[in-house]
Design a protein around this ligand. Structure first.
Ligand code: GLY
Length: 282
């Protein structure tokens, strides 16, 4: 089996009209997909998803980890989840504060009985497990917050889906939320609507969390693939179902047959994939 991987860096906001940011995001995705595809050669899909999402979280250009959006009360809260298609286990953190890599806290939770934690419980668990204080705020995000530019910079999330040489699939997704949200708002990213994998396919979403949850998007696409549809057909059908309410979403996915697919309801999601040839565009 040829290993395959696809990553996304959320939506590039057209209203920002900042082409430099778009190019910088594409360059960052190129670097991260190169490192991650090389890592996948000697690691499982699950290990690689954690590795790739950690690199995306560490890049301040994306709205996850370092550089996350600031919420309406001036604080940053991170959400991330991980799903191992082989074991069918899902783990995640919702609205955790002051950690560097939320995806790694989700990784730690994989071995627990209670695998999705939120808020102060998630933070206490992280500290007990050696995750040190880290402030993910950047001067750019503070400037945007102060200028109240939330309308033009939201919709960022990062994600990865990988298929390893043993045929196992994993998916991971991480976000700083949509910016200026009411504290306590729950994103799609640490739910099965935003991130799902089984032995047939894996999907990671970006876009407006409320729309993605309304659609049950990731789990719906994966279920359709499990029931026999191609990844492309399953994704297209599920995106048709977003239209009545103008749902705003983007997905990346891989199926067990090696099909890699991405699509979005509104331009432009930034993504990169590695198959035999690497491609990056937005
Ligand atoms: N998809 C990220 C969010 O809505 O929080």
């Amino acid at each position: 089996m040829n290993s395959k991987i696809i990553i996304h860096g959320g939506f590039f906001s057209e209203s920002g009209t900042n082409n430099e940011v778009k190019i910088a995001k594409q360059e960052a995705l190129t670097e991260i997909i190169k490192k991650s595809s090389s890592y996948l050669k000697t690691h499982s899909a699950l290990q690689t998803v954690i590795y790739a999402v950690s690199l995306l979280e560490d890049c301040p250009l994306f709205n996850a980890g370092l550089g996350s959006q600031i919420q309406s009360d001036g604080k940053i809260r991170l959400s991330a989840s991980l799903m191992d298609g082989k074991s069918q286990k899902f783990s995640g953190v919702i609205n955790i504060e002051d950690v560097k890599n939320a995806i790694q806290v989700a990784e730690k939770l994989m071995s627990e009985e209670d695998r999705v934690l939120s808020g102060s419980g998630a933070l206490e668990y992280a500290r007990q497990n050696g995750f040190e204080y880290f402030n993910p705020e950047t001067p750019q995000r503070r400037k945007e917050y102060e200028e109240k530019l939330n309308a033009s910079i939201g919709l960022g999330t990062v994600g990865c889906v990988a298929l390893d040489k043993d045929g196992n699939i994993a998916a991971g997704t991480s976000t700083g939320g949509k910016g200026f949200e009411i504290p306590g708002r729950v994103s799609d990213s640490a739910t099965v609507a935003g991130n799902f994998a089984n032995s047939s396919a894996g999907i990671s979403c970006t876009g407006v969390g409320e729309d993605i949850v309304s659609a049950g998007l990731s789990v719906k696409i994966v279920t359709r693939v499990t029931d026999g549809m191609s990844l492309e057909d399953a994704s297209r059908k599920s995106f048709e179902e977003l239209k009545p309410y103008d749902g705003f979403a983007g997905i990346i996915g891989i199926s067990s047959t090696g099909e890699i697919y991405h699509c979005d309801s509104h331009p432009y999601m930034v993504w990169a994939a590695y198959d035999k040839e690497m491609s990056v565009f937005s």
